[in-house]
Design a protein around this ligand. Structure first.
Ligand SMILES: C[S@@+](CC[C@H](N)C(=O)[O-])C[C@H]1O[C@@H](n2cnc3c(N)ncnc32)[C@H](O)[C@@H]1O
Length: 405
């Protein structure tokens, strides 16, 4: 593998798993014995080498299109003392992959696929059909990314009942646009658990990702165990009904709506009005009047923000104005959970990265203190989505359970 790899935007998605995460990853499987293990997109082998150490007698097949990966994976397998290993340099998205690999099917698979949009190829219909996921062909093509096609290829190669662990991006478990994919997956396989990984689990990116562990058998509406990995290890699971899992499977969200919260309220429940700002970055830069953007959260007192404008314009679609009494919250930002304030005087036009929240005056204090409490911060982080920059949807913000401070 090239050391000078341009990690951001790498076309092969070569973001390698930290070996320590690889060890936790293999501990999430139930299976004590495995005869044959598959790793598609094996890279340097962080997952495979961990698998070789756990299932010492298994035959292992790795596949990667990157010519440079082979030497690294062979070195890793040698250090694990594992000899039953074959490596294939090939395109995992090739419809003829099963023929290229040959041999018996696999009873266990580990995988950290690339997350990239891919152009539709004729062979994909056959791959999805033979994986038992033909329903996904009707999805708009942008929704079908390389990670889903990797899962389909695993299913073509897996024995009935095989256990599979795949690292997937946050969007697949939480975004609304992937709901059809979650539904198809929960019907096609028996999803046993989903574990939210720490942001620094991969070299070269802080992407939020999750491990999904499933069995190659039809899902029958079973509940799913959802937990997270942090410095204390894997948390005890929250058991989520199959219907809820179709909506989202990220631990952060379920943690925010169960367990730790005592008496709470939601913005929807108190009749809050949430309005998204409207100026794009380019419009904000060109604007001659005061604009409030995520970089404007820079005053010392959260409850006493003084804005520069006066009589800037009337509030209307395309030109949203903040004024005294408004709560402002970042909508898109790495640290959006910390970017909150109450306007005490002045006005500004809002950029489209800001939410304006209007609540009855007697609730204002409780809302802001609730968000700033430890539970509120955790709930806000849990409700965000996104790889790198976090993003909070209006629906999730309205539904978020806020603990009364
Ligand atoms: C996210 S990395 C994961 C590597 C390794 N499994 C790990 O966890 O560290 C994805 C890997 O998939 C490989 N890859 C990307 N597209 C591929 C394709 N079409 N066929 C085969 N391998 C591919 C990349 O070369 C890279 O090694």
């Amino acid at each position: 593998m090239r050391q000078d790899l341009e990690l951001r935007g790498d076309p092969l998605g070569r973001f390698y798993t930290d070996p320590a995460i690889g060890q936790v990853f293999v501990s999430l499987f139930d299976r004590r014995q495995a005869n044959s293990i598959l790793d598609l997109g094996s890279g340097g082998g962080s997952l495979t080498v961990a698998a070789a150490r756990r299932w010492t007698d298994a035959r292992i097949q790795t596949v990667d299109v990157d010519l440079g990966a082979e030497e690294h994976i062979r070195t890793g397998m040698a250090s694990a003392g594992h000899v039953h290993h074959d490596h294939l340099v090939a395109d995992v998205l090739d419809e003829n992959l099963p023929e290229m690999i040959g041999g018996p099917r696999f009873d266990l698979a580990v995988c950290n696929p690339p997350y990239a949009r891919i152009k539709w190829r004729d062979g994909f219909s056959r791959i999805l059909a033979e994986a038992g996921m033909e329903g996904l062909q009707t999805l708009p093509t942008p929704a079908l990314s390389s990670d889903i096609m990797f899962i389909a290829q695993i299913l073509r190669l897996a024995e009935p009942g095989a256990e599979v662990g795949v690292i997937v991006p946050d969007g697949l478990v939480s975004a609304r646009r992937h709901r059809a994919v979650r539904q198809a997956l929960l019907e096609r396989v028996r999803v046993m658990r989903v574990v939210q990984l720490p942001r620094r689990s991969f070299r070269g990116t802080e992407a939020q990702a999750h491990v999904i562990v499933f069995r190659n058998e039809r899902g029958r509406g079973e509940p799913v165990e959802i937990s997270r990995l942090d410095a204390d290890g894997v948390s005890s699971p929250i058991v989520v009904g199959n219907e809820d899992a179709r909506i989202r499977m990220n631990h952060g969200y379920y943690q925010s709506v169960t367990g730790t919260l005592r008496k709470g309220f939601s913005l929807r429940g108190i009749g809050a009005e949430i309005t998204r700002g409207s100026l794009s970055s380019a419009q904000a830069r060109a604007c001659r009047e005061p604009v409030f953007h995520t970089s404007s959260f820079n005053q010392p007192s959260t409850f006493d923000y003084r804005l520069n404008g006066a009589g800037v314009a009337s509030d209307r679609p395309g030109r949203r104005i903040a004024g005294p009494g408004d709560i402002l919250l970042a909508r898109v930002d790495r640290n959006l959970h910390r970017k909150i304030c109450v306007v005490s005087q002045g006005q500004a036009i809002l950029s489209d990265c800001i939410y304006r929240i209007r609540v009855p005056a007697n609730w204002r204090d409780a809302v802001v203190r609730g968000f700033l409490s430890d539970a509120g911060q955790a709930a806000l982080i849990g409700a965000t989505r996104g790889v790198g920059a976090r993003m909070l949807s209006k629906e999730d913000l309205l539904a978020l359970e806020i603990e009364t401070p």
